[in-house]
Design a binder for this molecule. Sequence first.
Ligand code: AMP
Length: 175
Amino acid sequence: MKIEDYVRTIPDYPKPGIMFRDVTTLFSDPRGFRMAVDALVQLHVNTDIDMVAGIEARGFILGGAVAHQLGKGFLPVRKKGKLPHETISEEYDLEYGTDVVEIHKDGIKKGARVLVIDDLIATGGTAEAAVKLINRAGGIVVGSTFVIELPDLGGRTRLERHNVNVQSLCTFAGD
Ligand code: AMP
């Protein structure tokens, strides 16, 4: 089985027309989960990084495992209002409305090399907000890696505009 074979597709969730790529079936399978984490780690065994940033919430599961395996620190990129210390925020557009992600202001040492991890890149808005936060906090984004990419939604181009390299383990057509 390939990684994409472990991903369940739920049509019309959370609203009509969206094909939701559900990674809980990948995470719950011991071979699938190991295959995904191993593949993410393999892409970065020779990358010079200091920490892994995972985007709430599925990026925590993957990013935590990758940081552990690479022997690096972990930076949580959280939804608004969850972090207890002083934060910096970035707003990004959703299809309807906006959302906000935050990191601790002192969460990154100046010049630290940070790898961004999430389960899926669609329009790239969420990951772009994470990249902006890391840059503002004095970090250097050395790459962004996703289990799933939806190439039709243009997230790759959006991150590449910030000179951020994008890698993904599998792709699904459409949105
Ligand atoms: P975006 O900011 O458009 O790149 O969306 C990425 C975020 O939204 C990720 O955290 C994904 O988990 C979630 N997401 C967006 N589209 C989908 C989809 N079709 N299936 C599952 N998750 C999605």
